[in-house]
Design a protein around this ligand. Sequence first.
Ligand SMILES: [Zn+2]
Length: 408
Amino acid sequence: MPPRRDRKLARYLRTEVAAYSSYWRTSLAVSLDRVPPRSLAELAGAAPMLVLRPTVAAVYHFGARRLAARTAWSRLWGRQRAVNDRSLVPHFKPVLWVTADGVPIGSSEADVDRLARIGARWLRDAGVGPDDVVVSILPQGPDLAWWQVVAGCRRARLSAMHVGRDATASAVAALEPTVVVGLPMDLVRLFADSGADGAGRPRPRLVLAVGRPIDDGLRTRLMAAAAAPVLSAWAPPGVRALWVECAGGPTTGLHTWAAAEVVELIDPLTGQAAPPGAGGEVVWSPLGWRGTVMLRLRTGVFATIEEGHCPVCHRITPRLSVSGTTPRFFDVLDRHPDITGWQAELRTVDGVEELVVFLSTARHDRLQPMLKELDNVLSVTQFVVLPQDQIDRRVAEADDARVVDLRT
Ligand SMILES: [Zn+2]
């Protein structure tokens, strides 16, 4: 890590996180690597304690010296309220909450501003310009993707309309968007919903598939349906700003935000840092974010990392090539040439774990050999072959999840 960023991180951990969060105060005595990596589920129980709450006593004892001095001075003059309003409230008071897998994540006014700046930068690097018309079909709600798109478009002064996920293809087409934003499976449905003649189909020059990871198969399908390049932006739950593809697309990887986060790769078994150049599980820490602070969040995402300049957008930031968010069957099913869609369901039946895979194929003539091939490499309890539209519906009903975990 460059020394300047190292100092910034140390200052953030000492004068903000350890100072204003009862949860982190004790474990942060030395440095970030003393904090054990924890999953979102493990941190969820402590969510209220993860919020930075600068009380007068905490500012005085632990906070940054300048703020402490100002607080002491103003107390002398009875102006604590003014310091609160000017220095503490805008930076620390959570004013916007989103949920990440059901866990509430608070952001201060300064955080929302920062998300807007990051969002605007993302859109610029994706090639969205002042003449573009953006239509977003993201579901409205307490969701990071929604807010990053809304705040980013506004900060970038783009002409944008956030129409929600129920908008029909012809309603979207009537707005003549040059850029369409949405959850990947919603976009598939939008571009499929235009009739055989394609009369009501939106014709954007760029599609941003946001909020969920997309795999190669889904990207190809979406590009063909939209007749436009598709760029991805998403982050695992708990991360404060989406990781994004620039105009370079999948070849340049998902760009993280070096000034706003620390991304590490660990060996998931030992919890130790992955060897340089090797892949590992992404462990994420915020840098400078207030509100809810989750240090060393285990994301369950497996990736390799590339440092240095991006050859397309020239940003210097770690870029991730994500190899999967789930076990091997994800990869096998995605890459199988005969499979056009799939969803897996994990269940417990009489205490035994079962994996049921629902799939669709265009090659019914090859069905038996295909299932045999899959059976050789996957330990699947049962395959269920369905028409593609039923697979799509199942995925949509599961909020776009490709793996549904019903284990008890
Ligand atoms: Zn780039």
